[in-house]
Design a protein around this ligand. Structure first.
Ligand code: PEP
Ligand code: MG
Length: 865
């Protein structure tokens, strides 16, 4: 156990955010900068990890906490537990990685009956004292003793109703004193004993509760969704209370140094007068735009603006802060790098380079590649004439259509059958699983900084909040006067805040200038080339618009499924003789050729890798029960294999029925020649053979390829290569390279065959449990299993290049579009990655970040995201 588990905010502590958590580090750093921060101390994540292991506070912690409380007393001139002038503290969780709203906070610790009276007398504000006390009982009851929050909320609502008032702030001191009595009764009924009045006991129990909150199901779900390791633990910050609920000259708010939705420069945030922090974050009262502070609290506002400017300059990144004003005095309670939409991230990064706050390289490192996806999704057709059913706050951009659901569990359930929009009065951290499952989120209440808005932005999901024209009833909703039930379709536009009934027309996204600027900078620094997996001229064109530098995988089987082709393909499969097959293939050839011509034209001047037929033939035939006749039934039975993925597919098929590959090679060669003759621009054709395991397989197929090519297009340059997608091919890469001009790692099959995980079944079965139970950290079909599959790739690269240094190396499995895998491919020294067209921009950025990381400049992934 380390020597120390507690550090004051102004004490030096090595260990950074891992040890002190993000909030603790921010408070310490702000204290050091002279920013007004309340005094306090941080209990380290070491203490949390020790607690998690034994479920006991680690030895010595209580003593250290006592010592630090004593120092806090000296500093503030107040005494913890005093009845006369009590020191009150908040206890706030703070992990190394921000998890908004996932863990617990308790305010006003140190109050009891007598101290509340002392506080009232000292501040000459009885209302404030009882308001603080009722909040403590409520938060402590919920967080420490697990009392249902609803019980407290409905007692508060009933009291407001009885007094005929709308707002909490309309309740008088006497009302709040009465509410304290009711809350104590609720506490007594639920827990079976009186609310603990002893300040020290309150504090220690609260610390335990924050440690425990690290392991709540909602925190676990959040961590899984965001790839945060389970063993980080949380720090606990004990902070002297400052009060935003002292009347009109007090308040609390959250603010961003730039708009987190659009990235526009300038202070952006919300403020709630006479309130404590949880009122804002929970979306219980709708706050005012921060500019209202300029008139009501001009001095504090000015100080806030100046402080935020300093913070952004210090951190050289967009900040998101929480603050409180107590009697016109400003205090900062937290600063962190702001969660932002992809559009905001790009705009802010470009602006910060213009402002000379950061370099271009840093700007590249600031963008989460995975987030770019948000900008590449369809948006509502701006030319469509639509009837807007309701309007709310544009809390997180993007458009989504789906069936409405009113609770998180149903969202998860129904999302299995199609897109859903989660519709809630407001969301809480308990809704996290539903928010993950939903395509969009719509809330009646809550502002730009409500839980729904913050979490949706972090997830890149559309969200419309504060939608006044929406009312919810048991199992139904009224949206702009129309009654809707569970499953009814609506569309939300989180960029405008508009809500529509039914589905509306969507159009492809428009790439903006910031996007082009950052990706242009990324292109200047990356070494890996980025190609696309595309099977049609349309996909190829789109990929090129997104910056693809060629095609890394054209799966030709997709061309066999068209309604005009499938019957011919089936005729070929059903033919008894080679002559019969050839006759069908002759009719397929022109189709293939024209497909290839379209693709070559779309990719003029760039390399195009065409893979010959890969799947087993039975995939082109119907199920046996749907067979047209007895002949087809017999053929289906004959082609049946128990393990078709390990059966007659790929090059094995090509060697058994060479006439199929011959037709495909002929179509490719003719198309290449035709395009060259037409345009003068020769396509750089790469013919790729799938599922090769033995040198001899490729040697024979290479001969076939060359002989057909000589007949059709001798003058057109081309390469012949193979996928590396079975372990044997990786291990024998040296000898295979003798007959290959290039290798392309088919990491989908290579993962399947290396791990013996079926790519068709594993994800719906045991793999889900493996990920939930922590047997595996990540899905190996999404992110390369670097230790296993990655090792085979490394061997293949070494052996392949060892035998043939000029061999071209790439990857075309799904992993080619995943940032962590792209970084690995960079490290391996591959020449290119290839991924789906929509992921091309992401791959360009991730490849640049990998190059910068290698050069020692921080990258998004290297910085922990
Ligand atoms: C692969 O196996 O990684 C690959 C790209 O081929 P397919 O997904 O078509 O099997
Ligand atoms: Mg494959």
């Amino acid at each position: 156990m380390p020597d120390r588990l507690v550090f004051d905010f102004d004490e030096p502590a090595t260990g950074g955010r891992e040890l002190l958590g993000g909030k603790g580090v921010g408070l310490a750093e702000m204290t050091g900068m002279g920013v007004p921060v309340p005094a306090g101390f941080t209990i380290t994540t070491d203490a949390c990890r020790a607690y998690m292991a034994s479920r006991e506070l680690p030895e010595g912690l209580e003593q250290e906490v006592d010592d630090h409380v004593r120092r806090l007393e000296e500093r503030t001139g107040k005494r913890f537990g005093s009845h006369d002038d009590p020191l009150l503290v908040s206890v706030r969780s703070g992990a190394a990685v921000s998890m908004p709203g996932m863990m617990d906070t308790i305010l006003n610790l140190g109050l009891n009956d007598e101290a509340t009276e002392g506080l009232a007398a000292r501040t000459e504000n009885t209302r404030f004292a009882y308001d603080s006390y009722r909040r403590l009982i409520q938060m402590f009851g919920e967080v420490v003793d697990g009392i249902d929050a609803h019980l407290f909320e409905s007692a508060l609502s009933s009291l407001k109703q009885a007094r005929g008032v709308q707002q909490d702030t309309d309740l008088s001191a006497d009302d709040l004193e009465e509410l304290v009595g009711t809350f104590k009764q609720i506490y007594r009924d639920a827990v079976g004993e009186e609310f603990a009045g002893d300040a020290r006991a309150q504090l220690l129990r609260a610390v335990r509760a924050v440690f425990e909150s690290w392991d709540t199901p909602r925190a676990q779900v959040y961590r899984r969704a965001h790839g945060i390791p389970d063993d980080l633990g949380t720090a606990v910050n004990v902070v002297q209370m400052v009060f935003g609920n002292k009347g009109d000259r007090s308040g609390t708010g959250v603010a961003f140094t730039r708009n987190p939705s659009t990235g526009e420069s300038g202070l952006y945030g919300e403020f709630l007068a006479d309130a404590q922090g949880e009122d804002v974050v929970a979306g219980i009262r709708t706050p005012q735009p921060i500019e209202t502070m300029r008139d009501s609290l001009p001095k504090a506002f000015e100080q806030l603006v100046e402080t935020m400017r300093r913070l952004e300059e210090h951190y050289r990144d967009m900040q998101d802060i929480e603050f409180t004003v107590e009697d016109e005095q400003l205090y900062l309670l937290q600063t962190r790098s702001a969660k932002r939409t992809a559009a905001a991230a790009l705009k802010a990064a470009v602006a910060m380079v213009d402002e000379r706050l950061i370099t271009r390289e840093e700007a590249i490192g600031r963008i989460d590649p995975a987030q770019l996806d948000q900008l590449l999704h369809p948006m509502i057709d701006p030319n469509a004439e639509l009837e807007v059913a309701a309007k709310g706050l544009n809390a997180s951009p993007g458009a989504a259509s789906g069936g409405i659901v009113f609770d998180a569990d149903t969202a998860v359930e129904r999302a299995k059958d199609g897109p859903v929009i989660l519709v809630r009065y407001e969301t809480t951290p308990d809704d996290i699983h539903g928010m993950i499952a939903a395509d969009g989120i719509l809330t009646v209440h809550g502002g730009m900084t409500s839980h729904a808005a913050v979490v949706a932005r972090g997830m890149g999901k559309p969200c419309v909040a504060s939608c006044d024209d929406l009312t919810l009833d048991q199992g139904s909703a009224t949206l702009g006067g129309r009654t809707l039930h569970e499953g009814d379709t609506i569309t939300i536009d989180g960029g405008t805040g508009e809500v529509f009934v039914g589905e509306v027309p969507l159009v492809p996204p428009q790439l903006n200038e910031d996007f082009e600027t950052i990706l242009g900078w990324a292109d200047d620094v990356r070494r890996l080339k980025v190609r696309a997996n595309a099977d049609t001229p349309e996909d190829a064109t789109r990929a090129r618009e997104f910056g693809a530098e060629g095609i890394g995988l054209c799966r030709t089987e997709h061309m066999f499924f068209g309604p005009d082709r499938l019957p011919v393909v089936q005729e070929m499969i059903l033919a008894d003789t080679e002559a019969g097959r050839r006759s069908a293939l002759d009719r397929l050839l022109p189709f293939q050729q024209s497909d290839f011509e379209g693709i070559f034209e779309a990719m003029a001047g760039l390399p195009v890798t065409i893979r010959l037929l890969d799947p087993p033939l039975h995939e082109f035939l119907p199920a046996e029960t749907d067979a047209a006749d007895e002949k087809m039934r017999r053929r289906i039975r004959a082609l049946h294999e128990a393990n078709p993925m390990l059966g007659t597919r790929g090059c094995r098929l090509g060697l058994q029925f060479p006439e199929i590959y011959e037709m495909q090679i002929r179509a490719i060669a003719r198309a290449a020649r035709a395009v060259q003759e037409r345009s003068g621009d020769a396509p750089l054709v790469e013919v790729m053979h799938p599922l090769v395991a033995f040198r001899e397989e490729l040697a024979r197929l290479r001969d076939l390829t060359e002989s057909v090519w000589q007949e059709e297009a001798a003058a057109v340059e081309h390469l012949v290569g193979t996928m590396i997608e079975v372990p044997r091919a990786a291990l024998r890469a040296d000898e295979i390279s003798e007959v290959a001009d290039f290798f392309s790692f088919g990491t989908n099959d290579l993962t399947q065959t290396t791990l013996a995980f079926s790519r068709d079944d594993a994800e719906g079965k045991f793999l889900t449990a493996y990920l939930e139970d922590g047997v595996l950290d990540r899905n190996p079909f999404e992110s390369i299993d670097i230790d296993g599959v990655g090792d085979l790739m490394r061997i293949a690269v070494e052996r392949g290049r060892g035998a043939k240094p000029e061999i071209k190396l790439g990857i075309c499995g799904e992993h080619g579009g995943e940032p962590r895998s792209i970084a690995f491919c960079h490290e391996l020294g591959l020449d290119y990655v290839s991924c789906s067209p929509f992921r091309v921009p992401l791959a360009r950025l991730a490849a640049a970040q990998a190059a910068l990381a290698e050069a020692g400049t921080g990258s998004y992934a290297a910085a922990g995201g």
